[in-house]
Design a protein around this ligand. Sequence first.
Ligand code: FAD
Length: 568
Amino acid sequence: ASILSFDYIIIGGGTSGLVVASRLSEVSHINVAVIEAGDSVFSNPNVTDLNKFTAALGTEIDWQYESTEQKYAGRGKIAYHGGKALGGTSTINGMTYIRAEKAQIDSWGIIGNRGWNWESLLPYYEKSEQFVVPTVAQTEAGASYVPSDHGEKGLLKVGYSYGLLNGSFVDEVEASWSTLGISHNPDSNGGHVRGFTVWQSTLDREANVREDAARAYYYPFQSRPNLHVFLKTTANKIIWKDSTEIIADGVEITSANGTVSMLKAKKEVIVSAGSLRSPAILELSGIGNPGILSKYGIPLKVPLPGVGENLQDQPNTAITLQAQRAFNGTMAYATFGSLADIRINLPSSSSLKLWASTVSAAINSSLPATSLYQLFQIQYALLSRGVPDAETIIGTTMNFGLGPSGVVGSAFWLLMPFSRGSVHIASTDPKLYPDINPNFFLVDFDLEVQIAIAKWTREFWDTDHMRGMVTELSPGFEALPRNATDEEWGDWVKGSFSSNSHPLGTASMMSRELGGVVDSRLKVYGTKNIRVVDASVMPFQVSGHLTSTLYAMAEKAADLIKEDLLNV
Ligand code: FAD
Protein backbone atom coordinates (compact mmCIF):
# COMPACT_ATOMS: atom_id res chain seq x y z
CA ALA A 1 0.00 0.00 0.00
CA SER A 2 1.21 3.51 -0.64
CA ILE A 3 2.22 5.56 2.37
CA LEU A 4 -0.27 8.23 3.41
CA SER A 5 1.28 11.64 3.61
CA PHE A 6 0.25 14.85 5.43
CA ASP A 7 1.74 18.28 6.03
CA TYR A 8 1.37 18.06 9.81
CA ILE A 9 0.94 15.01 11.98
CA ILE A 10 -0.36 15.57 15.48
CA ILE A 11 0.28 12.76 17.96
CA GLY A 12 -2.64 12.78 20.40
CA GLY A 13 -6.12 14.14 19.68
CA GLY A 14 -6.50 15.53 23.18
CA THR A 15 -7.11 18.88 24.80
CA SER A 16 -4.18 20.66 23.16
CA GLY A 17 -3.76 18.54 20.03
CA LEU A 18 -7.27 19.18 18.73
CA VAL A 19 -6.85 22.95 19.07
CA VAL A 20 -3.76 22.81 16.88
CA ALA A 21 -5.45 20.45 14.40
CA SER A 22 -8.52 22.65 14.16
CA ARG A 23 -6.61 25.89 13.65
CA LEU A 24 -4.11 24.47 11.14
CA SER A 25 -6.86 22.88 9.07
CA GLU A 26 -8.58 26.27 8.75
CA VAL A 27 -6.11 26.75 5.92
CA SER A 28 -7.55 24.61 3.16
CA HIS A 29 -4.25 23.70 1.53
CA ILE A 30 -2.73 22.44 4.80
CA ASN A 31 -3.25 18.73 5.31
CA VAL A 32 -3.49 17.63 8.92
CA ALA A 33 -3.53 14.16 10.46
CA VAL A 34 -4.37 13.46 14.09
CA ILE A 35 -3.36 10.13 15.63
CA GLU A 36 -5.53 9.28 18.63
CA ALA A 37 -5.32 6.09 20.67
CA GLY A 38 -8.91 6.42 21.91
CA ASP A 39 -12.26 6.59 20.15
CA SER A 40 -14.97 9.21 19.75
CA VAL A 41 -16.95 9.70 22.97
CA PHE A 42 -19.48 12.14 21.53
CA SER A 43 -22.46 10.31 23.00
CA ASN A 44 -20.88 8.65 26.02
CA PRO A 45 -23.04 9.76 28.98
CA ASN A 46 -20.09 9.46 31.38
CA VAL A 47 -18.55 12.25 29.32
CA THR A 48 -21.51 14.40 28.43
CA ASP A 49 -23.57 14.36 31.65
CA LEU A 50 -22.63 17.37 33.75
CA ASN A 51 -23.37 15.52 36.95
CA LYS A 52 -21.19 12.52 36.18
CA PHE A 53 -17.72 13.77 36.87
CA THR A 54 -15.58 10.76 37.96
CA ALA A 55 -17.96 8.24 36.33
CA ALA A 56 -15.53 7.82 33.42
CA LEU A 57 -12.57 7.15 35.70
CA GLY A 58 -11.56 3.51 35.63
CA THR A 59 -13.49 2.84 32.41
CA GLU A 60 -12.01 2.10 28.98
CA ILE A 61 -11.72 5.82 28.20
CA ASP A 62 -9.31 6.33 31.10
CA TRP A 63 -5.68 5.28 30.55
CA GLN A 64 -5.62 4.26 34.23
CA TYR A 65 -1.98 5.05 34.81
CA GLU A 66 -0.36 4.74 38.19
CA SER A 67 2.69 6.26 39.80
CA THR A 68 5.70 4.41 41.13
CA GLU A 69 5.83 3.98 44.90
CA GLN A 70 5.85 7.35 46.62
CA LYS A 71 8.57 6.81 49.18
CA TYR A 72 8.72 10.39 50.53
CA ALA A 73 5.04 10.10 51.35
CA GLY A 74 5.45 6.63 52.81
CA ARG A 75 2.95 5.44 50.25
CA GLY A 76 2.72 2.85 47.53
CA LYS A 77 1.51 3.54 44.00
CA ILE A 78 -1.00 6.31 43.38
CA ALA A 79 -3.65 6.38 40.66
CA TYR A 80 -3.23 8.66 37.65
CA HIS A 81 -6.04 9.31 35.21
CA GLY A 82 -5.86 10.49 31.62
CA GLY A 83 -8.49 10.62 28.92
CA LYS A 84 -8.06 7.99 26.19
CA ALA A 85 -10.54 9.47 23.76
CA LEU A 86 -10.90 12.07 21.05
CA GLY A 87 -10.76 15.16 23.26
CA GLY A 88 -8.25 13.59 25.64
CA THR A 89 -8.43 14.42 29.32
CA SER A 90 -10.91 17.24 28.67
CA THR A 91 -13.53 14.47 28.23
CA ILE A 92 -13.10 13.13 31.77
CA ASN A 93 -11.98 16.12 33.82
CA GLY A 94 -13.82 18.24 36.38
CA MET A 95 -14.61 20.97 33.79
CA THR A 96 -13.31 23.75 36.03
CA TYR A 97 -12.18 26.75 34.00
CA ILE A 98 -9.73 28.83 36.03
CA ARG A 99 -6.78 30.54 34.41
CA ALA A 100 -3.29 30.98 35.82
CA GLU A 101 -2.16 33.89 37.93
CA LYS A 102 -0.74 36.65 35.76
CA ALA A 103 2.72 36.60 37.42
CA GLN A 104 3.01 32.86 36.76
CA ILE A 105 2.68 33.28 33.01
CA ASP A 106 5.08 36.22 33.20
CA SER A 107 7.61 33.89 34.81
CA TRP A 108 7.70 31.86 31.59
CA GLY A 109 9.20 34.93 29.95
CA ILE A 110 11.49 35.62 32.91
CA ILE A 111 13.24 32.26 32.41
CA GLY A 112 13.98 33.30 28.83
CA ASN A 113 10.98 32.35 26.69
CA ARG A 114 10.62 35.24 24.30
CA GLY A 115 7.06 36.25 23.60
CA TRP A 116 5.53 34.48 26.57
CA ASN A 117 3.89 36.54 29.29
CA TRP A 118 0.39 37.24 30.53
CA GLU A 119 -0.13 40.14 28.19
CA SER A 120 0.66 38.08 25.12
CA LEU A 121 -1.24 35.00 26.29
CA LEU A 122 -4.40 36.85 27.33
CA PRO A 123 -5.54 37.40 23.72
CA TYR A 124 -5.31 33.62 23.26
CA TYR A 125 -7.25 32.87 26.43
CA GLU A 126 -9.89 35.14 24.94
CA LYS A 127 -9.57 33.77 21.41
CA SER A 128 -10.29 30.26 22.65
CA GLU A 129 -13.27 31.24 24.76
CA GLN A 130 -16.98 31.62 24.10
CA PHE A 131 -18.18 32.92 27.44
CA VAL A 132 -21.86 32.46 28.10
CA VAL A 133 -23.21 35.26 30.27
CA PRO A 134 -25.00 33.98 33.41
CA THR A 135 -28.73 34.46 33.81
CA VAL A 136 -30.22 36.53 36.62
CA ALA A 137 -31.03 33.34 38.52
CA GLN A 138 -27.46 32.13 38.12
CA THR A 139 -26.13 35.46 39.32
CA GLU A 140 -28.36 35.17 42.38
CA ALA A 141 -26.85 31.72 42.96
CA GLY A 142 -23.38 33.26 43.05
CA ALA A 143 -22.22 33.36 39.41
CA SER A 144 -20.21 36.46 38.71
CA TYR A 145 -17.88 37.68 36.00
CA VAL A 146 -16.01 40.68 34.72
CA PRO A 147 -16.92 41.12 31.05
CA SER A 148 -13.53 42.51 30.03
CA ASP A 149 -11.81 39.34 31.24
CA HIS A 150 -13.57 37.11 28.74
CA GLY A 151 -13.76 36.25 25.09
CA GLU A 152 -17.17 35.65 23.56
CA LYS A 153 -16.32 34.63 20.01
CA GLY A 154 -14.11 31.60 20.61
CA LEU A 155 -14.89 27.95 20.03
CA LEU A 156 -14.87 26.78 23.65
CA LYS A 157 -18.07 27.40 25.59
CA VAL A 158 -17.44 28.50 29.18
CA GLY A 159 -20.03 29.43 31.78
CA TYR A 160 -22.38 28.10 34.43
CA SER A 161 -24.82 25.22 34.31
CA TYR A 162 -28.52 25.55 35.01
CA GLY A 163 -27.84 23.23 37.94
CA LEU A 164 -26.23 26.10 39.85
CA LEU A 165 -28.45 26.58 42.87
CA ASN A 166 -28.29 27.22 46.57
CA GLY A 167 -28.12 30.99 46.66
CA SER A 168 -28.38 31.07 50.41
CA PHE A 169 -25.56 28.64 50.95
CA VAL A 170 -23.26 30.73 48.78
CA ASP A 171 -23.86 33.68 51.09
CA GLU A 172 -22.87 31.60 54.12
CA VAL A 173 -19.71 30.41 52.43
CA GLU A 174 -18.77 33.90 51.37
CA ALA A 175 -19.39 35.30 54.83
CA SER A 176 -17.32 32.54 56.42
CA TRP A 177 -14.36 33.17 54.18
CA SER A 178 -14.55 36.86 54.86
CA THR A 179 -14.12 36.23 58.59
CA LEU A 180 -10.82 34.57 57.60
CA GLY A 181 -9.81 37.63 55.62
CA ILE A 182 -10.67 36.22 52.21
CA SER A 183 -12.98 38.36 50.14
CA HIS A 184 -15.11 37.60 47.11
CA ASN A 185 -13.26 37.52 43.79
CA PRO A 186 -15.75 38.65 41.15
CA ASP A 187 -13.80 36.80 38.46
CA SER A 188 -10.87 34.48 39.03
CA ASN A 189 -10.07 34.55 35.31
CA GLY A 190 -8.65 38.06 35.18
CA GLY A 191 -5.10 37.13 36.19
CA HIS A 192 -5.63 37.18 39.96
CA VAL A 193 -7.11 34.12 41.57
CA ARG A 194 -6.97 35.08 45.26
CA GLY A 195 -10.34 35.14 46.95
CA PHE A 196 -13.62 33.22 46.98
CA THR A 197 -15.40 32.54 43.72
CA VAL A 198 -18.15 30.41 42.20
CA TRP A 199 -16.13 28.91 39.38
CA GLN A 200 -16.82 28.89 35.69
CA SER A 201 -16.83 25.64 33.76
CA THR A 202 -16.24 24.28 30.29
CA LEU A 203 -19.83 23.35 29.50
CA ASP A 204 -22.54 24.00 26.97
CA ARG A 205 -25.35 25.42 29.08
CA GLU A 206 -28.10 25.26 26.47
CA ALA A 207 -27.29 21.71 25.35
CA ASN A 208 -26.65 20.79 28.99
CA VAL A 209 -23.49 18.83 28.17
CA ARG A 210 -19.77 18.96 28.87
CA GLU A 211 -17.76 21.10 26.50
CA ASP A 212 -14.60 19.16 25.71
CA ALA A 213 -11.87 19.74 23.14
CA ALA A 214 -13.58 17.54 20.54
CA ARG A 215 -16.95 19.26 20.91
CA ALA A 216 -15.39 22.69 20.68
CA TYR A 217 -12.59 22.17 18.17
CA TYR A 218 -13.27 19.02 16.16
CA TYR A 219 -16.88 17.97 15.57
CA PRO A 220 -17.97 21.29 14.03
CA PHE A 221 -15.14 20.92 11.51
CA GLN A 222 -14.98 17.18 10.99
CA SER A 223 -16.10 17.41 7.39
CA ARG A 224 -13.02 19.39 6.35
CA PRO A 225 -11.36 17.34 3.60
CA ASN A 226 -7.90 18.36 4.86
CA LEU A 227 -8.47 17.14 8.45
CA HIS A 228 -7.92 13.42 9.01
CA VAL A 229 -8.35 11.68 12.33
CA PHE A 230 -7.02 8.19 12.93
CA LEU A 231 -8.96 6.79 15.89
CA LYS A 232 -7.96 3.77 17.98
CA THR A 233 -4.49 4.22 16.56
CA THR A 234 -1.32 4.36 18.63
CA ALA A 235 1.67 6.47 17.68
CA ASN A 236 4.75 4.37 18.40
CA LYS A 237 7.62 6.65 17.53
CA ILE A 238 8.92 9.27 15.15
CA ILE A 239 10.61 8.00 12.00
CA TRP A 240 13.67 9.97 10.89
CA LYS A 241 14.82 11.20 7.52
CA ASP A 242 18.15 9.89 6.40
CA SER A 243 19.97 13.18 6.87
CA THR A 244 22.75 14.76 8.90
CA GLU A 245 20.10 17.03 10.38
CA ILE A 246 17.46 15.72 12.77
CA ILE A 247 14.33 15.80 10.60
CA ALA A 248 11.17 13.79 11.21
CA ASP A 249 10.00 11.91 8.16
CA GLY A 250 6.82 10.66 9.76
CA VAL A 251 5.32 8.59 12.53
CA GLU A 252 5.10 4.85 13.02
CA ILE A 253 1.59 3.83 14.04
CA THR A 254 -0.22 0.72 15.16
CA SER A 255 -3.80 0.61 13.89
CA ALA A 256 -6.76 -0.87 15.73
CA ASN A 257 -6.29 -4.20 13.93
CA GLY A 258 -2.65 -4.39 15.04
CA THR A 259 -1.09 -3.44 11.69
CA VAL A 260 2.07 -1.37 11.97
CA SER A 261 2.58 1.26 9.29
CA MET A 262 3.91 4.74 8.73
CA LEU A 263 2.33 8.11 8.11
CA LYS A 264 4.56 10.60 6.35
CA ALA A 265 4.92 14.19 7.58
CA LYS A 266 5.89 16.66 4.88
CA LYS A 267 6.29 19.53 7.31
CA GLU A 268 6.14 18.81 11.02
CA VAL A 269 5.29 16.34 13.75
CA ILE A 270 3.53 17.81 16.77
CA VAL A 271 3.62 15.72 19.93
CA SER A 272 0.47 16.30 22.04
CA ALA A 273 0.12 13.04 23.93
CA GLY A 274 -0.06 14.72 27.34
CA SER A 275 2.55 15.25 30.06
CA LEU A 276 2.55 11.58 31.08
CA ARG A 277 3.06 10.27 27.53
CA SER A 278 4.76 12.83 25.31
CA PRO A 279 8.19 12.36 26.96
CA ALA A 280 7.92 8.61 26.37
CA ILE A 281 7.27 9.17 22.67
CA LEU A 282 10.34 11.40 22.46
CA GLU A 283 12.46 8.80 24.25
CA LEU A 284 11.24 5.97 22.04
CA SER A 285 12.23 8.15 19.08
CA GLY A 286 15.77 8.73 20.35
CA ILE A 287 15.40 12.11 22.07
CA GLY A 288 16.28 12.22 25.74
CA ASN A 289 18.76 11.35 28.43
CA PRO A 290 21.51 9.27 26.76
CA GLY A 291 21.80 7.07 29.87
CA ILE A 292 18.12 6.12 29.69
CA LEU A 293 18.09 5.56 25.93
CA SER A 294 21.20 3.35 25.99
CA LYS A 295 19.64 1.24 28.74
CA TYR A 296 16.91 0.32 26.25
CA GLY A 297 19.18 0.15 23.21
CA ILE A 298 17.48 3.11 21.50
CA PRO A 299 19.76 4.90 19.01
CA LEU A 300 20.45 8.43 20.25
CA LYS A 301 19.24 11.23 17.97
CA VAL A 302 19.34 14.22 20.31
CA PRO A 303 20.86 14.13 23.80
CA LEU A 304 18.35 16.06 25.89
CA PRO A 305 18.47 15.13 29.58
CA GLY A 306 15.45 17.30 30.40
CA VAL A 307 13.04 14.96 28.57
CA GLY A 308 10.68 13.51 31.17
CA GLU A 309 12.11 15.59 34.03
CA ASN A 310 10.68 18.57 35.92
CA LEU A 311 7.39 16.72 36.59
CA GLN A 312 5.31 18.79 38.99
CA ASP A 313 2.00 17.68 40.41
CA GLN A 314 -0.08 18.80 43.36
CA PRO A 315 -1.22 16.59 46.26
CA ASN A 316 -4.99 16.63 46.82
CA THR A 317 -6.55 15.90 50.21
CA ALA A 318 -10.20 16.16 51.21
CA ILE A 319 -12.36 16.67 54.26
CA THR A 320 -15.92 15.36 54.05
CA LEU A 321 -18.83 16.69 56.03
CA GLN A 322 -22.47 15.91 56.65
CA ALA A 323 -24.64 18.94 56.05
CA GLN A 324 -27.69 19.51 58.22
CA ARG A 325 -29.82 19.92 55.13
CA ALA A 326 -29.74 18.44 51.68
CA PHE A 327 -28.48 20.52 48.79
CA ASN A 328 -30.05 20.00 45.42
CA GLY A 329 -28.03 21.28 42.56
CA THR A 330 -24.46 22.15 41.86
CA MET A 331 -22.03 23.88 44.15
CA ALA A 332 -18.70 24.81 42.70
CA TYR A 333 -16.89 27.11 45.06
CA ALA A 334 -13.16 27.73 44.95
CA THR A 335 -11.04 29.75 47.33
CA PHE A 336 -7.42 30.68 46.80
CA GLY A 337 -5.03 31.92 49.43
CA SER A 338 -1.43 33.02 49.70
CA LEU A 339 1.06 31.68 52.21
CA ALA A 340 0.20 34.68 54.43
CA ASP A 341 -3.50 33.75 54.25
CA ILE A 342 -2.81 30.22 55.40
CA ARG A 343 -0.44 31.62 58.03
CA ILE A 344 2.76 29.98 56.99
CA ASN A 345 6.08 31.74 56.54
CA LEU A 346 8.21 31.28 53.51
CA PRO A 347 11.47 29.86 54.88
CA SER A 348 14.62 31.88 54.32
CA SER A 349 15.78 31.81 50.71
CA SER A 350 18.86 29.96 51.92
CA SER A 351 16.66 26.81 51.94
CA LEU A 352 16.43 26.92 48.16
CA LYS A 353 19.97 25.60 47.63
CA LEU A 354 19.31 22.66 49.89
CA TRP A 355 15.99 21.88 48.16
CA ALA A 356 17.68 22.10 44.77
CA SER A 357 20.39 19.65 45.75
CA THR A 358 17.87 17.33 47.42
CA VAL A 359 15.73 17.22 44.29
CA SER A 360 18.68 16.88 41.94
CA ALA A 361 20.03 13.95 43.96
CA ALA A 362 16.63 12.24 43.90
CA ILE A 363 16.47 12.41 40.09
CA ASN A 364 20.04 11.19 39.51
CA SER A 365 21.18 14.71 38.63
CA SER A 366 19.16 14.63 35.39
CA LEU A 367 18.53 18.28 36.16
CA PRO A 368 21.56 19.86 37.83
CA ALA A 369 21.09 21.51 41.22
CA THR A 370 22.22 24.80 39.70
CA SER A 371 19.28 24.77 37.24
CA LEU A 372 16.78 23.80 39.89
CA TYR A 373 18.13 26.55 42.10
CA GLN A 374 17.43 29.12 39.39
CA LEU A 375 13.92 27.76 38.85
CA PHE A 376 13.24 27.68 42.59
CA GLN A 377 14.31 31.30 42.96
CA ILE A 378 11.65 32.32 40.47
CA GLN A 379 9.00 30.20 42.15
CA TYR A 380 10.07 31.62 45.52
CA ALA A 381 9.73 35.17 44.22
CA LEU A 382 6.15 34.41 43.13
CA LEU A 383 5.28 33.07 46.56
CA SER A 384 6.88 35.99 48.36
CA ARG A 385 4.80 38.34 46.20
CA GLY A 386 1.64 36.67 47.43
CA VAL A 387 0.78 34.51 44.42
CA PRO A 388 -1.73 32.00 45.83
CA ASP A 389 -0.23 28.68 46.87
CA ALA A 390 -3.44 27.22 48.32
CA GLU A 391 -6.69 26.19 46.71
CA THR A 392 -9.63 24.76 48.59
CA ILE A 393 -12.88 23.86 46.90
CA ILE A 394 -16.36 22.87 47.84
CA GLY A 395 -17.18 20.61 45.02
CA THR A 396 -20.07 19.46 43.05
CA THR A 397 -21.38 16.29 41.46
CA MET A 398 -21.65 12.74 42.51
CA ASN A 399 -18.08 12.03 43.56
CA PHE A 400 -18.62 14.34 46.47
CA GLY A 401 -22.07 12.92 47.06
CA LEU A 402 -23.66 16.33 47.02
CA GLY A 403 -27.37 16.63 46.79
CA PRO A 404 -30.01 14.79 48.72
CA SER A 405 -27.53 12.85 50.88
CA GLY A 406 -26.18 16.13 52.17
CA VAL A 407 -22.57 14.94 52.15
CA VAL A 408 -20.24 17.79 51.29
CA GLY A 409 -16.72 17.34 49.99
CA SER A 410 -14.02 19.88 50.60
CA ALA A 411 -10.82 19.15 48.69
CA PHE A 412 -7.65 21.22 48.85
CA TRP A 413 -4.13 21.29 47.51
CA LEU A 414 -0.93 23.24 47.43
CA LEU A 415 -0.50 24.91 44.08
CA MET A 416 3.26 25.29 43.59
CA PRO A 417 5.18 22.34 44.96
CA PHE A 418 8.98 22.46 45.05
CA SER A 419 9.22 18.69 44.66
CA ARG A 420 10.05 17.51 41.16
CA GLY A 421 9.72 14.04 39.68
CA SER A 422 9.92 12.40 36.29
CA VAL A 423 8.24 10.31 33.59
CA HIS A 424 10.44 7.85 31.69
CA ILE A 425 9.93 4.81 29.51
CA ALA A 426 10.11 1.48 31.30
CA SER A 427 10.26 -0.58 28.11
CA THR A 428 10.76 -0.24 24.35
CA ASP A 429 7.16 -1.37 23.81
CA PRO A 430 5.16 1.81 23.04
CA LYS A 431 2.00 0.19 24.40
CA LEU A 432 3.52 -0.22 27.88
CA TYR A 433 3.16 2.66 30.30
CA PRO A 434 6.09 4.80 31.37
CA ASP A 435 7.25 5.06 34.98
CA ILE A 436 5.52 8.06 36.50
CA ASN A 437 7.18 9.39 39.64
CA PRO A 438 5.97 12.77 40.92
CA ASN A 439 8.11 12.46 44.10
CA PHE A 440 5.33 13.81 46.30
CA PHE A 441 6.66 15.51 49.46
CA LEU A 442 10.30 15.11 48.45
CA VAL A 443 10.75 18.69 49.67
CA ASP A 444 9.54 19.00 53.29
CA PHE A 445 8.11 22.46 52.72
CA ASP A 446 5.46 20.97 50.40
CA LEU A 447 4.10 18.94 53.31
CA GLU A 448 4.17 21.98 55.60
CA VAL A 449 2.08 23.93 53.10
CA GLN A 450 -0.39 21.09 52.57
CA ILE A 451 -0.82 20.80 56.36
CA ALA A 452 -1.39 24.55 56.65
CA ILE A 453 -4.06 24.40 53.93
CA ALA A 454 -5.72 21.47 55.70
CA LYS A 455 -5.92 23.44 58.94
CA TRP A 456 -7.18 26.51 57.10
CA THR A 457 -9.89 24.51 55.39
CA ARG A 458 -11.00 23.01 58.67
CA GLU A 459 -10.96 26.46 60.26
CA PHE A 460 -13.34 27.62 57.54
CA TRP A 461 -15.80 24.84 58.34
CA ASP A 462 -15.41 25.71 62.03
CA THR A 463 -16.43 29.37 61.64
CA ASP A 464 -19.64 30.46 63.32
CA HIS A 465 -21.46 30.58 59.97
CA MET A 466 -20.62 27.03 59.00
CA ARG A 467 -20.42 25.21 62.32
CA GLY A 468 -24.15 24.88 62.77
CA MET A 469 -24.60 23.67 59.22
CA VAL A 470 -22.16 20.77 58.99
CA THR A 471 -20.59 17.93 60.94
CA GLU A 472 -17.18 16.68 59.88
CA LEU A 473 -17.21 13.04 58.80
CA SER A 474 -13.64 12.55 57.66
CA PRO A 475 -11.02 12.71 59.04
CA GLY A 476 -13.30 13.55 62.03
CA PHE A 477 -12.28 15.13 65.30
CA GLU A 478 -11.67 11.77 66.94
CA ALA A 479 -9.06 10.73 64.41
CA LEU A 480 -7.60 14.22 64.14
CA PRO A 481 -8.50 16.36 67.18
CA ARG A 482 -8.63 20.14 67.14
CA ASN A 483 -5.29 20.23 68.94
CA ALA A 484 -3.60 17.66 66.66
CA THR A 485 0.15 18.12 66.26
CA ASP A 486 1.71 18.87 62.88
CA GLU A 487 3.07 15.36 62.89
CA GLU A 488 -0.46 13.97 63.21
CA TRP A 489 -1.70 16.28 60.48
CA GLY A 490 1.22 15.21 58.29
CA ASP A 491 0.45 11.54 58.80
CA TRP A 492 -3.15 12.11 57.78
CA VAL A 493 -2.16 14.12 54.69
CA LYS A 494 0.41 11.57 53.56
CA GLY A 495 -1.88 8.67 54.21
CA SER A 496 -4.89 10.05 52.38
CA PHE A 497 -3.74 12.32 49.55
CA SER A 498 -4.22 11.57 45.87
CA SER A 499 -2.87 13.21 42.74
CA ASN A 500 -4.60 16.46 41.89
CA SER A 501 -4.39 15.36 38.24
CA HIS A 502 -2.39 18.40 37.18
CA PRO A 503 0.93 16.83 36.10
CA LEU A 504 3.04 19.08 33.89
CA GLY A 505 6.56 20.16 33.00
CA THR A 506 7.94 16.94 31.49
CA ALA A 507 9.10 18.61 28.26
CA SER A 508 9.51 22.10 29.64
CA MET A 509 9.72 25.25 27.58
CA MET A 510 12.98 26.72 28.85
CA SER A 511 16.60 27.01 27.83
CA ARG A 512 18.61 23.89 27.17
CA GLU A 513 21.00 24.96 29.92
CA LEU A 514 18.15 24.94 32.45
CA GLY A 515 17.09 21.47 31.33
CA GLY A 516 14.46 22.56 28.84
CA VAL A 517 13.14 20.40 26.00
CA VAL A 518 11.40 22.93 23.75
CA ASP A 519 12.26 26.51 22.83
CA SER A 520 9.89 29.44 22.92
CA ARG A 521 8.37 28.32 19.59
CA LEU A 522 7.72 24.94 21.20
CA LYS A 523 10.30 23.26 18.93
CA VAL A 524 12.24 20.38 20.41
CA TYR A 525 15.89 21.40 20.75
CA GLY A 526 18.18 19.87 18.17
CA THR A 527 15.36 18.96 15.78
CA LYS A 528 14.19 20.65 12.61
CA ASN A 529 10.50 19.92 12.66
CA ILE A 530 9.20 18.52 15.93
CA ARG A 531 7.18 20.43 18.50
CA VAL A 532 5.50 19.54 21.75
CA VAL A 533 2.16 21.20 22.47
CA ASP A 534 0.48 20.00 25.67
CA ALA A 535 0.86 20.25 29.46
CA SER A 536 4.42 18.89 29.17
CA VAL A 537 5.76 22.25 28.08
CA MET A 538 4.49 24.32 31.03
CA PRO A 539 7.67 24.98 33.02
CA PHE A 540 6.01 25.81 36.36
CA GLN A 541 2.81 24.90 38.12
CA VAL A 542 -0.02 27.39 37.94
CA SER A 543 -2.68 28.50 40.38
CA GLY A 544 -5.94 27.77 38.63
CA HIS A 545 -6.60 24.65 36.59
CA LEU A 546 -4.73 23.52 33.52
CA THR A 547 -7.14 23.37 30.59
CA SER A 548 -7.86 27.11 30.31
CA THR A 549 -4.13 27.73 29.94
CA LEU A 550 -3.66 24.75 27.60
CA TYR A 551 -6.37 25.94 25.23
CA ALA A 552 -4.71 29.36 25.16
CA MET A 553 -1.23 27.92 24.71
CA ALA A 554 -2.36 25.64 21.90
CA GLU A 555 -4.10 28.53 20.15
CA LYS A 556 -0.83 30.43 20.30
CA ALA A 557 1.11 27.36 19.16
CA ALA A 558 -1.09 27.13 16.06
CA ASP A 559 -0.26 30.74 15.24
CA LEU A 560 3.47 30.09 15.77
CA ILE A 561 3.30 27.11 13.41
CA LYS A 562 1.44 29.13 10.77
CA GLU A 563 3.97 31.96 11.10
CA ASP A 564 6.90 29.60 10.68
CA LEU A 565 5.28 28.13 7.61
CA LEU A 566 5.27 31.57 6.00
CA ASN A 567 8.87 32.19 6.99
CA VAL A 568 10.53 29.12 5.46
P1 FAD B 1 -4.60 15.18 26.98
O1 FAD B 1 -5.85 15.95 26.91
O2 FAD B 1 -4.51 14.08 27.96
O3 FAD B 1 -4.35 14.61 25.50
C1 FAD B 1 -3.44 13.60 25.20
C2 FAD B 1 -4.06 12.71 24.12
O4 FAD B 1 -3.06 11.89 23.54
C3 FAD B 1 -5.14 11.78 24.65
O5 FAD B 1 -6.29 11.88 23.87
C4 FAD B 1 -4.50 10.40 24.56
O6 FAD B 1 -5.41 9.36 24.34
C5 FAD B 1 -3.58 10.59 23.37
N1 FAD B 1 -2.41 9.70 23.34
C6 FAD B 1 -1.52 9.46 24.33
N2 FAD B 1 -0.56 8.64 23.89
C7 FAD B 1 -0.84 8.36 22.60
C8 FAD B 1 -0.20 7.59 21.60
N3 FAD B 1 0.95 6.94 21.84
N4 FAD B 1 -0.77 7.51 20.38
C9 FAD B 1 -1.93 8.16 20.11
N5 FAD B 1 -2.57 8.92 21.02
C10 FAD B 1 -2.01 9.03 22.24
N6 FAD B 1 -8.18 20.66 34.37
C11 FAD B 1 -9.00 21.72 34.44
O7 FAD B 1 -8.70 22.76 33.85
N7 FAD B 1 -10.17 21.66 35.14
C12 FAD B 1 -10.55 20.53 35.79
O8 FAD B 1 -11.62 20.49 36.41
C13 FAD B 1 -9.71 19.39 35.72
N8 FAD B 1 -10.05 18.25 36.34
C14 FAD B 1 -9.33 17.12 36.09
C15 FAD B 1 -9.80 15.90 36.58
C16 FAD B 1 -9.14 14.72 36.25
C17 FAD B 1 -9.64 13.41 36.78
C18 FAD B 1 -7.98 14.76 35.43
C19 FAD B 1 -7.26 13.49 35.06
C20 FAD B 1 -7.50 15.97 34.98
C21 FAD B 1 -8.15 17.16 35.31
N9 FAD B 1 -7.73 18.39 34.83
C22 FAD B 1 -8.51 19.49 34.96
C23 FAD B 1 -6.46 18.51 34.08
C24 FAD B 1 -6.67 18.67 32.58
O9 FAD B 1 -7.84 18.03 32.16
C25 FAD B 1 -5.44 18.14 31.82
O10 FAD B 1 -4.29 18.77 32.34
C26 FAD B 1 -5.52 18.44 30.33
O11 FAD B 1 -6.73 17.99 29.78
C27 FAD B 1 -4.34 17.79 29.62
O12 FAD B 1 -4.35 18.16 28.27
P2 FAD B 1 -3.19 17.70 27.30
O13 FAD B 1 -3.44 18.30 25.98
O14 FAD B 1 -1.87 17.95 27.95
O15 FAD B 1 -3.31 16.11 27.23
